[in-house]
Design a protein around this ligand. Sequence first.
Ligand code: GLV
Ligand code: MG
Length: 362
Amino acid sequence: MRSAKDFFAPLAVGAPAPVREVPARPSRAIHFFDPSNPKMAAKVPDMVGTVDVLLGNLEDAVKADKKVEAREGLVRIGQDVDFGPTQLWTRINSLDSPWALDDLTTLVPAIGHKLDVVMVPKVQGAEDIHYVDRLLAQLEAKAGLERPILVHAILETARGVANVEEICGASPRMQGLSLGPADLAADRRMKTTRVGGGHPGYLVRQDPPKGEDGTAQIEAQRATYQQDLWHYTVARMVDACAAHGIYPYYGPFGDITDVVACEDQFRNAFLLGCVGTWSLHPKQIAIANRVFSPSVEDIRHARRVVAAMGDGTGAVMLDGKMEDDASLKQCLVMVDLAEQLAAVDPELKKQYDAIDAEPQGA
Ligand code: GLV
Ligand code: MG
């Protein structure tokens, strides 16, 4: 075990000092693009400023014979494009593949100064993070980078879920976790065939009515309620991330046409504590930006509570509801998030600013 005193020492001589706090940068939508696809690659410069994170994907969904093209395409994009306020992330290939080492040894020297976060798929335990941590430090030192590249793990193996707390705490580089519902379903041997989202078979059913003789009428019409297959994993992920001061994200929602269910799934994740999600198609960016930004109604209410609570202690009644220190803390989470998002999203800023202009008592 490494001493806590050494935790913030660089893992290679000359590597940048690890961060002590993960910067809270807006990352409502992490938009995936395939750098080996010329049409997608050509759209990247125009997407800068329209999405919080652009992620060059090198792993699944990139064909095996396109892996080198994708890596080289990402290098070109990283070198040529000015990303301005938009973060640049990549998803490297899994650590047990023949490509992961070349992904890191190529990307860090070439575009390490532009890369904010490396997403590592199929993470099983702290040992995977330790491997990437040391390798990144060596490559950063060699490249003379001045700030450390952060690491994001995808939670998509049963062992990864079992080890989620140690993964989150494995390195000061850990920026966050995403749910990987497709790989996780396969690894757990779940009996689904979808990429994220719900399943109509995963439900609970209302109790049967009783007949005149008191027997249960099990064939009668009964309401059913579909349950969220991902609730348990997202909730575990949120707790592990919060405990370690890093950020949880939902992952892919594969049914691009079902924008309604996609919004529901994203909102569940937002309400449970996630800060963002993946976007697999430009139309999912708008959904993510809407869902992962606090609503004007929530901010209006949160600001009223903050104003009414004065020094933040005690209790007040607002609209017949009790507000106290704990509800104030929830409101402050919303207000802080709104401020961070307003700083990068002028349209949202206008909406939040308009609340101040509303007549008092409205
Ligand atoms: C994402 O990588 C997933 O497997 O769902
Ligand atoms: Mg996966």
